[in-house]
Design a binder for this molecule. Structure first.
Ligand code: IMP
Length: 192
């Protein structure tokens, strides 16, 4: 079964609406601003493509100087809903993070394998600090334990899309986070 013409028809439940997300992102921005007093460089490392929308809103909620860099990694195969555990770097940082504070901005932590890999990769580039902010956390499926500094929302073990998160590259532009109808991905996880 493919995606519908109207993406909203493929959503079984809106988990987090626009207002709820906006209020939480604003609060996260204030906490992050307070956690980095002074004028030292802070580099937000956005993990593409899922954190694209989140980082856009979060950076405007942080009231201090920041630099933005992006990395693109792939841990899921195209259209898949299960982490393979193998992380590939599709796009590396453009600038140096030597001696700088780094804040990894992630959309969702599921098994934790992607961020586990990424934090040790970035730690190898001699930053002053590496911290993590994630919009969503699915703790039920965690394999790799991670020191997550800021979490927007803990969510149940359901496959979600919207606000940057995709299924087969669709649904990223939804303004809310919603649960994808199970029949849309049941065949891929071997249920149908
Ligand atoms: P992890 O390595 O299992 O923690 O997976 C993290 C990555 O898997 C995220 O950055 C997302 O790209 C993707 N992912 C995990 N769960 C979901 C979901 O419910 N919807 C969309 N993407 C997800």
């Amino acid at each position: 079964m493919g995606a519908s013409k109207n993406p909203h028809d493929d959503i079984s439940e809106v988990l987090l609406n626009e207002e709820t997300i906006a209020a939480r992102v604003k609060a996260l921005g204030a906490e992050i601003t307070a956690a980095y007093p002074g004028n030292d460089e802070l580099v937000l490392v956005s993990v593409l493509k899922g954190s694209l929308v989140f980082v856009g809103d979060l950076m405007r909620a942080i009231d201090r100087n920041v630099r933005i860099d992006v990395m693109e990694v792939s841990s899921y195969g195209g259209g898949n809903t299960e982490s393979s555990g193998t992380v590939r770097i599709l796009k590396d940082l453009s600038g140096s993070i030597d001696g700088l504070d780094v804040l990894i901005v992630e959309d969702i932590i599921d098994t934790g394998l992607t961020l586990n890999y990424l934090t040790s990769y970035l730690a190898g580039k001699n930053p002053k600090s590496v911290r993590i902010v994630t919009l969503l956390d699915k703790p039920a499926r965690r394999i790799a334990e991670l020191p997550v500094d800021w979490t927007g929302f803990e969510i149940p073990d359901k496959f979600v899309v919207g606000y940057g998160l995709d299924f087969g590259e669709h649904y990223r532009n939804l303004r809310y986070v919603g649960v994808l109808k199970r029949e849309l991905y049941a065949s891929i996880i071997g249920e149908a």
